[in-house]
Design a protein around this ligand. Structure first.
Ligand SMILES: Nc1nc2c(c(=O)[nH]1)N[C@H]1C(S)=C(S)[C@@H](COP(=O)(O)OP(=O)(O)OC[C@H]3O[C@@H](n4cnc5c(N)ncnc54)[C@H](O)[C@@H]3O)O[C@H]1N2
Ligand code: MOO
Ligand SMILES: [Mg+2]
Length: 618
């Protein structure tokens, strides 16, 4: 049986912009249909032999049955997928690719230019496909009939070898190379009460803040185009003056101010980008454009509006004499060297959060890259047997589309943080452990959703604790939404990993992502920390939940009130993500008490500003 499959898209351009990848999704569509039980991992890699080799080995070591690669099989210098594949396989299976080539040649002679390779490493079958979506579709048709049989053969032949390997490795094996220790067979023995104490929000925040202190700050140098929203790690000082030459502020004539008003001979014409060659003397001037350098000898510019043409060549091509109508002042309409930015001035300061104007300043000052504080790498993983990719058009029975992953990626982006997409893991201990291991290998902070509550398939906490030796710092918080929110740390491949396991309900995932990992990143990257709070007036009556609630609301700014008015975004149940769409704030509503079960319209409550604020006044 095919239990795990990896699809690797190899392409520099798709690696930079994964929306360009059409072949990977084509393979994904094929394998999810052909092997619906299989746990499928997808990944995009650049055309780098070492990286491809490393990932192929990783998947082979993780007991993946089948690896399908697409891309990097052609003749261009960057195409190295076949070389990386040859470096990892122990046996080649040439007929697989020969069959694909024969079939493809019937459609196009270009098939001659594919160097695809197929082979086996341990128990994994690896097949290279070309990069184009069309070629992938054609080639998969050719090999699909033999895949299941090929994988059964490989497993049978190597079963003995695998047993010996496992014996040799003993107990001390990496969690992602073994089966999970979590046993889900005895469902009747599951706990009927959560073993995790219910923490107050302040306790949860304090724990996260204390634990995140273990994040070791590092500095990295990155191209200035990528620095928006990044925190500058050291003062950046101007090494060049801006402007680098005395530049005209106007379209007009560069003159000598001591000449006063009167007629001048037009000796030269200087447009922006030209270098004036001859110095000018008394009674002379040069026609200049805005941004053009002033000729030596001149000290002011007279705008064209304050001049009169006296004499031109017969063909009107050359101005010979003009009259300056208003006596100019020294330095008039001239930007002196360094007048915008003197050499040695502070361009951006350590701790600044870079904005677009500062990127312009840095570019103008000749900086290509600058040191910034490194951000923790964030990985996002969804869990759930019911989930399917949002890109799949047809919804399978009893399934839903995974909306959390794409939403959280966008939420991190909104707050200035990149993240890597680690796909969907099945609610099955070994599959989940493998998916977590793969994600941890790619990040410092893992944010996953689902599987943290009381169901017999809520496996996050036991898998983290038993398979990764994770310390669960908390597993329940008195809050709505987000009660089963979980925060854990573990050492993985020698490095500390921070894990935010958020509830699967989409609103819980949204709110808890803001309150826990986004807030934590803001703290440890010195990008604001706590969200700003403000007092707001409720626009309507609000019923209180027994748990303190983070209600999603929009603000209006009526002229008649100093405080903004907050309107809740409809039904606040944890599954209704529409309640977060367009939210500017999370209201911090207190839990209901025996005496107080609701708040009247007009009550002032505290709000965390987590989204954009629309400043329209009612
Ligand atoms: N017996 C109890 N049941 C539940 C409790 C409890 O205390 N006792 N808590 C409830 C609360 S509160 C929450 S919140 C949820 C949390 O559930 P899990 O974190 O275990 O998440 P799942 O069971 O995997 O899924 C819950 C819900 O969310 C949907 N989901 C999951 N992932 C996604 C995704 N990526 N995109 C869209 N929707 C997703 C999933 O289909 C479920 O409907 O537990 C309550 N139960
Ligand atoms: O805490 Mo759960 O997120 O209410 O639905
Ligand atoms: Mg659950």
């Amino acid at each position: 049986m095919v239990k795990a499959i990896a699809i690797i898209t190899v392409s520099d351009s798709c690696f930079k912009d994964n929306s360009k990848d059409t072949s990977g999704p084509t393979l994904l569509e094929f394998v999810t249909e052909k092997f619906p039980e299989a746990n499928v991992h997808t990944i995009i890699l650049p055309d780098e032999k070492e990286i491809i080799e490393r990932e192929l080995k990783y998947f082979c070591n993780s007991n993946v049955d089948l690896i399908l690669t697409t891309g990097g099989t052609g003749l261009s210098p960057r195409d190295v997928t076949p070389e990386a594949t040859k470096a990892v396989i122990q046996k080649e299976v040439p007929a697989l690719t020969i069959a694909m080539t024969i079939e493809s040649l019937k459609k196009t002679p270009m098939a001659m230019l594919s160097r695809a390779v197929a082979g086996i490493r341990d128990r994994t079958l690896i097949i290279n496909f070309p990069g184009s979506q069309k070629a992938v579709t054609e080639c998969i048709e050719v090999v699909k009939t033999v895949l299941t049989h090929a994988i059964s053969l490989i497993n049978n032949e190597l079963a003995e070898v695998r047993t010996v390997h496992e014996k040799m490795q003993g107990d001390h094996v990496c969690p992602h190379k073994m089966n999970s220790k979590v046993d889900i067979s005895k469902v009747a023995l599951r706990p009927r009460e959560s073993p995790y104490p219910m923490l107050e929000m302040t306790e949860a925040f304090n724990i996260i803040d204390a634990v995140m202190m273990q994040w070791v700050e590092q500095v990295e140098s990155i191209p200035i185009k990528d620095t928006v929203c990044r925190v500058v790690a050291q003062d950046i000082i101007a090494k060049e003056p801006m402007p680098p030459f005395p530049a005209s502020v106007k379209d007009g004539y560069a003159c000598l101010s001591m000449d006063g008003a009167g007629v001048r001979k037009v000796r030269a014409a200087v447009t922006a980008g030209e270098t004036p060659l001859t110095p000018l003397g008394p009674g002379e001037c040069a026609r200049v454009n805005t941004g053009a350098p002033l000729p030596l000898g001149t000290d002011c510019v007279v705008q064209v509006e304050d001049t009169k043409l006296i004499k031109a060549s017969d063909d009107h091509v050359t101005e010979l004499e003009i009259e300056v109508l208003v006596a100019p002042q020294p330095h008039q309409d001239v930007r002196a060297i360094g007048s915008d930015i003197p050499v040695g001035s502070l361009l951006v300061e350590k701790g600044d959060v870079i904005d677009s104007a500062q990127i312009g300043v840095l570019a103008g000052a000749g900086f290509q890259s600058i040191p910034v504080m490194a951000y923790p790498k964030v990985a996002i993983l969804s869990t759930g047997n019911e989930l399917q990719e949002p890109s799949e058009e047809t919804l399978r029975p009893s399934h839903i589309r995974d909306s959390n992953r794409i939403m959280l990626k966008a939420l991190f982006k909104e707050h200035g943080y990149d993240s890597v997409d680690c796909g969907i893991a099945r609610d099955e201990p070994t599959a989940l452990a493998h998916a977590i291991a793969r994600a941890l290998a790619r990040c410092d902070v893992l944010v996953c959703t689902g599987g943290v509550s009381m169901g017999d398939r809520d496996l996050l906490k036991p898998v983290l604790a038993n398979d990764f030796g994770a310390e669960i710092h908390f597993g329940r918080v008195r809050m709505k939404p987000g009660k089963p929110s979980t925060f854990a740390t573990c050492k993985f491949e020698g490095k500390m990993k921070f894990i935010f396991a958020l509830p699967g309900n989409p609103v819980s995932a949204y709110v808890c992502c803001l309150l826990f990992p986004v807030r934590a990143l803001r703290q440890c990257t010195r990008r604001g920390g706590e969200f700003a709070r403000c007092g707001v007036r409720l626009a309507h009556h609000v019923a209180l939940d027994p748990r303190p609630e983070y209600a999603r609301a929009v603000l209006r700014f009526p002229r008649v009130d100093d405080l903004p008015h907050a309107t809740l975004l409809g039904n606040q149940c944890s599954s209704r993500l529409m309640s977060a769409c367009g939210a500017s704030v999370l209201l911090e509503l207190p839990g209901a008490t025996d005496g107080v079960t609701g708040l009247a319209a007009g009550t002032v409550v505290s709000a965390l500003i987590t989204g954009r604020i629309d400043l329209t006044r009612l």
